[in-house]
Write a protein that binds this ligand. Structure first.
Ligand code: ZN
Length: 142
């Protein structure tokens, strides 16, 4: 309604919580016709990680134990040759659904680490900006 179009997917209000549901999954900034700014900033990914944290540990330890037998220590267990995790799935020693969850979580984790890195990078740039501005101010003796 704020945008005046259907660029952002929405859904009906949840009947159980009486609140809106998380539908979009990425951050996006929209410039409004009146010059305002609308930021869609869903926190779904982070919430998803927290919710399933207890289940993760079991899956992780199982895959971690298997990964000790992978040919390469840097194995991502996706398509590498000599991967013990993939072998365990093929032989039925590891649940395919558990593996799928693991891959999903690793991707999620990658996303979260990436945003942290980006944040740090941004903080650095901002710090530099402040420094150079202060120097320039000194130059001009404000
Ligand atoms: Zn592997």
């Amino acid at each position: 309604m704020i945008l005046g179009n259907n660029l952002i997917k929405t859904a009906e209000i949840s009947s159980s919580t009486n609140r809106g549901k998380h539908i979009t999954t990425h951050r996006e900034l929209f410039i409004l016709e009146n010059g305002g700014v609308l930021i869609d900033n869903p926190g779904m990914r982070e919430i998803g990680i927290l919710d399933s944290e207890t289940g993760i540990k079991n899956v992780f330890s199982e895959i971690f134990n298997l990964s000790k037998n992978c040919q390469f220590s840097s194995c991502n267990h996706i398509c590498e040759p000599g991967c013990a995790v993939l072998t365990a799935i093929e032989s039925g020693n590891l649940d395919k659904s558990k593996y799928d969850n693991y891959i999903k979580l690793m991707k999620e984790n990658e996303y979260n680490t990436m945003t942290k890195l980006e944040k740090r990078e941004k903080d650095k740039k901002f710090g530099k900006f402040i420094k150079t501005t202060k120097k320039q101010l000194k130059k001009y003796k404000f």
